[in-house]
Design a protein around this ligand. Structure first.
Ligand code: 3PG
Length: 307
């Protein structure tokens, strides 16, 4: 009997696990859960006899791949797969997939939750400002970017986006104004919401030079990855520009500096929680389980991300 391991340091909601279990067991496979594990050793033990694996931001590196003697497929239940060592997977003939779009709305809603929280002075009762009429720049117009645009329209914002991989026609069809360069996006928009993946090309790419272009009252919202922001340069700029606010769905490495110097001008979630809703967990978890069953039964590799 095939074994499908769900290895989630940050567990899915129970209802999502129930959905995953049903799909896996209906297919005649065994489901094993490894939740809230605290050491790589626990993951190495659990994956040793797994045929398929579902993870979230869990690290699937060479050690994990080497320990996974039977593994044929790993599905990242979510969008970003920077936690998977794709080369190691390919070298061991393991198919790696993600579940694009399944948790996007949850992330987009959190971006707005953080924006409102930030500009209403963290619900302290102090005077705040509003989103209506302001410009929001969506940096990378993928699945999350699409939902950010939808919600921004509801708030009465002017919506711009920069994404060299998405056509201007597609953006215009969504009532989003495409901008030709990333510099224009930052120059035009008081609010910028990051939705770029963490790759060698994007890491630390949100730097002082780019952020300096933002208009007065600038708010940078990061529900993507902390690695894409040059955190040291952000601190430098926040020291120079008292109007700049940073809201992030994960603490930066230099969090202590923010706490010491920038009270009221930042907010960080204690743990990455953009996708932590029942709906997103169900969508992404069930999609991951279905993709594994489909792969084993029909060979479908539709959402494969490695070569
Ligand atoms: C993603 O890439 O899908 C999101 O960042 C969610 O990540 P998570 O599954 O760790 O919450």
């Amino acid at each position: 009997m095939k074994k499908v391991l769900v290895a989630t340091e940050k567990p899915f909601t129970k209802v999502a696990v129930d959905g995953i279990r049903k799909i896996v067991e209906d297919a005649g496979y065994k489901l094993e859960l490894l939740e809230k594990y605290t050491s790589e050793g626990d993951l190495l033990n659990a994956v040793a006899d797994a045929d398929g694996m579902i993870v979230r931001s869990d690290i699937v590196n060479q050690n994990v791949v080497s320990a996974a003697k039977n593994l044929k497929i790993v599905v990242r239940a979510g969008a970003g797969y920077d936690n998977l060592d794709l080369k190691a997977c390919s070298n061991s003939n393991i198919v790696a997939m993600n579940t694009p779009g399944q948790n996007s709305n949850a992330v987009a809603e959190l971006a707005f939750g953080m924006m409102v929280y930030g500009i209403r002075k963290q619900f302290s009762g102090a005077d705040g400002t509003e989103l209506r009429g302001k410009c929001i720049g969506i940096h990378a117009y993928g699945n999350v970017g699409y939902y950010v645009a939808q919600i921004a329209h509801g708030f009465g914002m002017k919506v711009y986006a920069f994404d060299p991989f998405v056509s201007a026609e597609k953006m215009r069809a969504d009532n989003v104004e495409p901008l030709a360069t990333v510099e224009e996006l930052y120059k035009t928009c008081q609010f910028v919401s990051l939705h770029i993946p963490a790759t060698d090309a994007t890491k630390k790419s949100i730097n002082k030079k780019l952020l300096s272009l933002m208009p007065a009252g600038a708010v940078l919202v990061n529900t993507a990855r902390k690695e894409v922001v040059n955190e040291d340069e952000l601190v430098e700029l926040m020291e120079e520009r008292k109007d700049l606010m940073y809201l992030s769905d994960i603490k930066p490495a230099n969090e202590a500096v923010f706490v010491e110097k920038f009270a009221g001008r930042f907010f960080f979630t204690p743990k990455k929680m953009g996708a932590q809703t029942a709906e997103a967990n169900i969508n992404a978890g069930v999609a991951a389980a279905s993709q594994i069953v489909d792969f084993f039964t029909t060979g479908n590799e539709k959402f494969r991300v490695n070569k």
